[in-house]
Design a protein around this ligand. Structure first.
Ligand code: AP5
Length: 214
């Protein structure tokens, strides 16, 4: 299955993508995670991306398209969930062209809906395990007792100013993609509010509807 998980910052894309990837044996491809690894390793891509990411701005399309194309080629363009990509109409067109060239059509775009007033609360209390990449929320999905506090990372772009910028970037550059996808792909909306398992069940339900109509 080839999927895009779409939605605003903090909608739960990473959380749901990890669950889905495990259950369906798909590659979870998060451009945010790939860029953060590049920043940590101080690669040329990481050095270029760092300033944009800390400020909450989008990294230039050609940089992100390059790393996605490279990774998808490694898995022959099959069996993946894209999380955080595409984020602009140019990226979306690049992806559809790439998949078409490789005779590997996208099965669906699943859009997680979460009202903006909940996003700041989700992001400001998010913590990520530096070692495993596991995503927690101090209130809604707390880390297990006994996990060393130094392992928990508070992302630099989860500070109030960067969150505001990310939301502006989302509204102006990413949200317009909804109409693009509605015209060019199988676009399904899922309510992203409620517990992690509730949302997971809704995503599964949406995917089984797609599978039965395919
Ligand atoms: P990226 O890492 O992709 O960030 P994002 O899209 O802003 O998404 P987040 O990771 O913040 O949120 P999420 O939807 O994955 O939510 P999560 O599951 O963590 O990108 C970071 C930066 O990289 C960008 O700003 C940009 O600079 C750059 N970048 C990346 N891709 C790019 C691209 N394609 N083009 C250009 N630049 C790019 O959940 C959030 C919190 O909510 C967690 O604490 C979680 O535990 C909690 N939570 C999850 N589900 C629930 C629930 N149901 N109920 C309550 N809490 C929940």
């Amino acid at each position: 299955m080839r999927l895009v998980l779409f939605g605003p910052p903090g909608a739960g894309k990473g959380t749901q993508a990890k669950l889905l990837a495990e259950r369906r044996n798909l590659l979870h491809l998060s451009t945010g995670d790939m860029l953060r690894t590049a920043v940590r390793n101080e690669t040329p891509v990481g050095i270029e991306a760092n300033g944009y990411m800390t400020a909450g701005e989008l990294v230039p399309d050609d940089v992100v398209n390059g790393i996605v194309a490279e990774t998808l080629a490694e898995i022959d363009h099959t069996g993946f969930i894209l999380d955080g990509y595409p984020r602009t109409v140019d990226q979306a067109q690049f992806l559809l062209d790439l998949l078409e060239e490789n005779n590997a059509p996208l099965d669906a775009v699943v859009s997680l809906r979460v009202p903006e007033e909940h996003i700041v609360q989700r992001l400001s209390r998010r913590r990520t395990d530096r070692e495993t990449g596991e995503i927690y929320h101090l209130d809604f999905n707390p880390p297990p007792a006994g996990l060393r506090e130094t392992r928990l990372q508070h992302r630099a772009d989860d500070q109030p100013e960067a969150i505001r910028k990310r939301l502006t970037e989302y509204r102006t550059k990413t949200e317009p993609l909804e109409n693009f996808f509605k015209a060019k792909a199988h676009f399904v909306e899922v309510d992203g509010m409620g517990g992690l398992d509730e949302v997971r069940e809704r995503v599964e339900e949406a995917l089984s509807t797609i599978e039965t109509t395919a």
